[in-house]
Write a protein that binds this ligand. Structure first.
Ligand code: SF4
Length: 287
C-alpha cells in the first residue's frame, strides 16, 4: 500500500501507518476471512497500487496505539498476550493474532476501539466470530478456550449523553463476554473451510467477476420505504419493509411509496480497494 501524507503530519504517523504485518502469498489473516471475498482479493491483488492518506487512517492508528501500549504491559499469571498463530489449512495458512489468553480461566480476550453506536446497537456477532476463530486455532495447538471477551473502548463516548440518555453506555469502556459451545466450534470450522473454498475459486477470477460483497459486508442497512402524500415533500412514515409500508399507506390514506435505497457505507467510506471494484464504480462512486 502506498501511504501518502497530504496534511504533512509528523513522519512518525507515516512510519506507524507503514508498520503492518506482511502476509505470505498463501497466507490469509483471520481478519481477511471476515471481510467480503471481493474486498479481500482486491486488497491483496492491488496492494502495491492502493493509495491511502495517513490522515484517513487516524482511527486505525489509534487502535494500533492502544494495542501497542497494552502489549508492553506485564501480563498476569497464566496469561499470554499478543501471540501470532499460524495454522496450515490445506493449501493455505491461516494466521491471526489475539490480544490475551488466560489458561486458568480458559478465556480469550481482544481489545477493540469502536464507536459508541456499536455498543448501543449491541450486535457483536462479528466480534464473537473473530474470537471463535482465534479460539479454534488455539484449540488446534492444545489450549482449551471456553470463554471469550471483548474490551470495547468507545472513542466517541460522551459523558453528557451518558448522564441524560437512558440507553447510552454509562462508561467509555465495556466488557462483552461470550461462552463458547461445541456447536460454536463446529460452525466456526465449517465457516473457515467454506471461506477457503470461496477464496480458491475467487483467486482464479478476474477483478470484475469476483462475487460482490453481500449487503452485510457492504455495511448496507437495507432499503427504506417512505409512505408519501401528494403535495407534501416529507414522508408520512418511513418503514423497513415494503409490505408494511403498503399496509400503512392503505390504513393512513398515503398516496404512494418512495423506495430509498440503502447506502453501502463500507464501499463509500471504508474500503481501501474500492477504486478497483466495478460494483463501487457502477453503484456507489457516481451515486
Ligand atoms: S467497494 Fe464494496 S463491494 Fe467493492 S470490494 Fe469494497 S466493500 Fe466490496
Amino acid at each position: 500500500m502506498i501511504i501518502t501524507n497530504n496534511q504533512h503530519l509528523p513522519q512518525s504517523f507515516v512510519e506507524m501507518a507503514k508498520r503492518d504485518y506482511e502476509v505470505a502469498p498463501n497466507e490469509y489473516r483471520v481478519t481477511s476471512l471476515l471481510k467480503g471475498i471481493r474486498e479481500t482479493i482486491l486488497e491483496r491483488r492491488h496492494d502495491e497500487e492502493i493509495e491511502q492518506d495517513v490522515s484517513d487512517m487516524i482511527w486505525l492508528l489509534f487502535g494500533t496505539a492502544v494495542h501497542s501500549i497494552l502489549e508492553h504491559q506485564k501480563e498476569g499469571d497464566n496469561e499470554f498476550k499478543e501471540t501470532r498463530l499460524k495454522i496450515p489449512f490445506n493449501a493455505y495458512e491461516l494466521s491471526g493474532q489475539f490480544d490475551l489468553y488466560n489458561a486458568e480461566t480458559q478465556t480469550i480476550t481482544d481489545y477493540k476501539t469502536c464507536s459508541v453506536w456499536k455498543v448501543i446497537f449491541g450486535d457483536y456477532s462479528d466480534w464473537k466470530r473473530q474470537l471463535l476463530i482465534y479460539s479454534y486455532m488455539l484449540r488446534l495447538i492444545g489450549f482449551e478456550v471456553k470463554h471469550g471477551e471483548i474490551v470495547a473502548m468507545m472513542k466517541d463516548h460522551s459523558k453528557r449523553d451518558a448522564k441524560i440518555k437512558a440507553d447510552y453506555p454509562a462508561l467509555p469502556v465495556q466488557k462483552i463476554s461470550f461462552d463458547f459451545s461445541d456447536q460454536d466450534y463446529e460452525e466456526t470450522e465449517y465457516f473457515i473451510v467454506e471461506r477457503f473454498k470461496e477464496i480458491t475459486q475467487a483467486e482464479a477470477l478476474p477483478d470484475d467477476e469476483l462475487p460482490i460483497c453481500t449487503p452485510e459486508e457492504r455495511f448496507n442497512s437495507g432499503d427504506k420505504f417512505a409512505v408519501m402524500k401528494k403535495g407534501r415533500k416529507t414522508a408520512l412514515r418511513v418503514l423497513d419493509d415494503l409490505q408494511a409500508a403498503e399496509d400503512w399507506k392503505e390504513a393512513n390514506s398515503g398516496d404512494y411509496i418512495d423506495t430509498r435505497p440503502g447506502e453501502d457505507k463500507k464501499c463509500k467510506d471504508y474500503c481501501s480497494a474500492c477504486e478497483f471494484c466495478s460494483y463501487y464504480r457502477e453503484h456507489v462512486k457516481e451515486g
